[in-house]
Ligand binder design. Structure first.
Ligand code: ATR
Length: 276
C-alpha cells in the first residue's frame, strides 16, 4: 500500500502574511521528509467544520493563528496544561483515533529564543517588565513565571486588561499605569514588548526608554522590522537585545516534531529562508 503523505498547515484569517509555510517547508526539504505544509484561509464560522474535516484529508495537525486560538482550545478533545493556563492554543495534533490534541508553544518559543540568542540571560536576576496585556502577553507571562521570574511589572494601555491578568496569574504581577510604563524599566532585568507597536504599518512605541540600564535583556515580539526602535534604543543603551523572529521560529519546533517525526533545528539558515 502507498504511504499517505502527511499534511500540516496553518489556519487563520487573514493568512497570506503567515511565515509558517515557508518555515515548515524549509524544514521538510532540509530533512528530506515526505510531507507538505499549506496556508489555510478559514473564517470563524467555518473553523470547527474545517478542523473536523482535515484529519479525513491526510492532515496530521495544524497551527492555528488569529482569530482561532481560543476556539481551537474549545474544540479540542484534549488540551495541554500550558494551553489551558494561557487560554489559547496554537498547535493542534490529530491522533490516529480521530481526536484532537491542543497545545500552546508560544511560551516555549519565547524562552527558547532567549536561551539561544542570550545564553547568559538569567530569569531570576530581577523583575521582568512586560508591555501589553493581549494574547501574546498571556503566553509570555506564563512562560516567565515558569522560568522562575520572581516579579513581573505589567503595563497596558487599557489597564483593566492588565488587572485581569494579575487576578488570574497571581501576586507576582504588579500592574503599572501605561503612562508610568517608563518607570518600570529602571529596575527591570528583562524587558519585553508584547504589543504590536513598532510593527511596520503600526504606531511606534512611545514609552520613554531613558530608564533602560546597560545589561538589561530587551526583547520584542515584533519582527517586522527585525530591529525595532525599541531594540535600537536598547542596543545604544548597552542592553542585550534579542529580536522577535526567533520566537516565531522556535514556536514551530514542537509541532513539526510531532507531525513529521524530526526535531528541527533553528539556525541562521532558517532565519534567512523565512525572511526571504
Ligand atoms: P496579541 O494577541 O498579538 O497580543 P492583542 O490581544 O490585540 O494581540 O493585543 C495587542 C496588545 O497591543 C494589547 O496589549 C494592546 O493594548 P490594549 O489592550 O489597550 O488594546 C496593545 N496595543 C495595540 N495598539 C496599541 C496602541 N496604539 N497603544 C498602546 N497599546 C496598544
Amino acid at each position: 500500500m502507498m504511504k499517505h503523505i502527511p499534511l500540516a498547515g496553518v489556519m487563520g484569517n487573514p493568512i497570506a502574511q503567515s511565515k509558517s509555510p515557508r518555515l515548515h517547508k524549509h524544514w521538510l526539504r532540509k530533512y528530506g521528509l515526505l510531507g507538505d505544509y499549506v496556508p489555510l484561509h478559514v473564517t470563524e464560522d467555518d473553523f470547527e467544520t474545517v478542523l473536523h474535516t482535515l484529519p479525513k484529508m491526510g492532515f496530521v495537525g495544524v497551527n492555528v493563528t488569529l482569530p482561532h486560538k481560543v476556539a481551537a482550545m474549545q474544540v479540542a478533545d484534549q488540551v495541554s496544561d500550558r494551553a489551558t493556563l494561557i487560554g489559547a492554543a496554537n498547535t493542534l495534533t490529530f491522533k490516529p483515533d480521530g481526536s484532537i490534541y491542543a497545545d500552546n508553544t508560544d511560551g516555549y518559543g519565547f524562552i527558547a529564543n532567549l536561551k539561544q540568542n542570550a545564553p547568559d540571560w538569567n530569569p531570576k536576576a530581577g523583575p521582568a517588565a512586560v508591555l501589553g496585556a493581549g494574547g501574546a502577553a498571556r503566553a509570555i507571562i506564563v512562560a516567565l513565571v515558569d522560568a522562575g521570574v520572581s516579579e513581573i511589572y505589567l503595563a497596558n494601555r487599557t489597564r483593566p486588561k492588565a488587572d485581569a491578568l494579575r487576578a488570574e496569574f497571581g501576586a507576582r504581577i504588579r500592574v503599572v499605569d501605561w503612562v508610568q510604563a517608563g518607570n518600570m524599566l529602571e529596575d527591570a532585568a528583562t524587558v519585553i514588548n508584547t504589543t504590536s507597536l513598532g510593527m511596520v504599518g503600526n504606531a511606534e512605541l512611545r514609552v520613554p526608554l531613558d530608564g533602560l540600564r546597560a545589561g538589561t535583556l530587551v526583547t520584542d515580539i515584533v519582527y517586522s522590522p527585525l530591529r525595532t526602535k525599541l531594540l535600537e534604543f536598547a542596543d545604544a543603551a548597552g542592553c542585550i537585545t534579542v529580536d522577535g523572529l526567533g520566537m516565531l521560529l522556535h514556536q514551530g519546533v514542537p509541532g513539526f516534531e510531532r507531525w513529521f517525526g524530526v526535531r528541527p533545528e533553528v539556525d541562521d539558515d532558517t532565519r534567512r529562508v523565512v525572511l526571504g
